[in-house]
Design a protein. Structure first.
Length: 136
């Protein structure tokens, strides 16, 4: 009798773990993608998926050599892409002993990031997506 009770307990725990795993994968999708800038892979940048329902946090992923992977909540998401480039250094303050910081410019127009109209519907499971952006 004792072993039967333990057997059912273990079976119940395994079932619960399986259901939790399924519900978690149903609420997120994996996006494996590429970002091309002016028809060439974007060397370095960041992509952000902002759920349009406003109920979940945005998801960020690094873009390296045009490729990214992100685990994103299912549903419609606004897509923002940034590509900062260091063009030099500058002083933080107008004093002789001021530390310097990188002087950075954004390679992409605002229509691909802060003013982005790019959207996609994220589904559970794995999706492949390519984004083509232009510097002008």
């Amino acid at each position: 009798m004792c072993w039967t009770h333990y057997g059912w307990t273990i079976a119940g725990l395994l079932l619960a773990a399986t259901l939790v795993g399924c519900s978690s994968s149903d609420t997120h999708g994996e996006i494996v993608g590429e970002v091309f800038l002016d028809n060439a892979p974007l060397s370095k940048g960041q992509i952000r998926f902002v759920p349009t329902d406003g109920k979940r946090s945005p998801t960020d992923a690094e873009i390296t050599n045009g490729k990214f992977t992100a685990r994103v909540p299912v549903g419609e998401a606004k897509v923002e892409i940034t590509a900062p480039k260091v063009i030099g250094t500058r002083k933080m303050y107008p004093t002789n002993d001021s530390p310097t910081v990188d002087d950075i410019v954004e390679l992409l127009p605002a229509r691909f990031n802060v003013e982005s109209k790019l959207k996609m519907t994220v589904e559970s499971g794995r999706q492949e997506k390519r984004f083509d952006v232009q510097s002008k």
